[in-house]
Write a protein that binds this ligand. Structure first.
Ligand code: DX5
Ligand code: ZN
Length: 223
């Protein structure tokens, strides 16, 4: 995998909401993506933020808005998030009875579509969706909170999903989310991830821009 294909998606969950725009501007020139964690207090035991934040920051940056919906009723919210400025919308496989219909709905809205897998869900369950999505997001911690440690079976799961993407010759980004830092980034990249969400490893640092550079450096050294 070429280094140029490895990208960091900083998660604003760990940003300071008193100066959110300042935090975004600190990483804007180092990244293509901004990861936006929407939590509903049902699917996960935390509430983060929703449409007003997406709407407010949309005119302020050209970063790709990678919206990660950790909500039980994604069907009801994909259109509002599309209108608010999402570029890609990722739903949880566990939160829909009809993933193919939801994929079609997101595509009809003109957005990229991702499917996310909870750590308790066997990765094989989403194999059939791989040819139809733009992105697979593997949760490498139990979703709900930033700052957790990566689950040790993440590497093997990434290898399996990467093998399936390759086997089906699918043009799919493999994103990993949770516990990514300068120590873990080498192994997730070596295991096949190419879009790396980093919340606390970026925005909990005094200089978020330098933190992104450091992560990319560690990813490069891993190859
Ligand atoms: C967790 C969220 C993550 C979170 C990652 O449920 O989906 O995107 O922001 O935070 P870190 O990088 O601190 O583990
Ligand atoms: Zn996330």
């Amino acid at each position: 995998m070429s280094f140029s294909g490895i990208k960091i998606a900083p998660s604003i969950l760990s940003a300071n909401f008193c100066h959110l725009l300042e935090d975004i501007k600190a990483i804007e020139n180092k990244c293509d993506y901004l990861h936006i964690d929407v939590m509903d207090g049902h699917f996960v035991n935390n509430i983060s933020f929703g449409l007003p934040i997406v709407r407010s920051i949309r005119p302020e940056t050209d970063l790709i808005f990678d919206v990660h919906l950790m909500i039980t009723n994604p069907e009801e919210f994909v259109e509002p998030f599309a209108k608010a400025g999402a570029d890609s919308i990722t739903f949880h496989y566990e939160c829909t009875k009809d993933p193919m219909a939801l994929i079609a709905k997101i595509k009809e809205l003109g957005k990229k579509v991702g499917v996310s897998i909870h750590p308790n869900t066997p990765v094989e369950e989403i194999y059939g969706l791989i040819p139809y999505v733009d992105m697979v997001l593997l949760m490498s911690v139990v979703p709900g909170h930033g700052g957790q440690s990566i689950l040790p079976d993440t590497y093997e799961k990434l290898q399996k999903i990467r093998a399936e993407i390759t086997r089906t010759n699918s043009d799919v980004i493999l994103e990993v989310d949770g516990g990514i830092n300068t120590k873990t980034i080498k192994d997730v990249v070596d295991s096949g991830a190419n879009l790396l969400v980093a919340g606390s490893a970026v925005f909990a640092k005094p200089n978020p821009g330098e933190a992104v550079e450091e992560l990319l450096k560690c990813a490069k050294e891993s190859l």
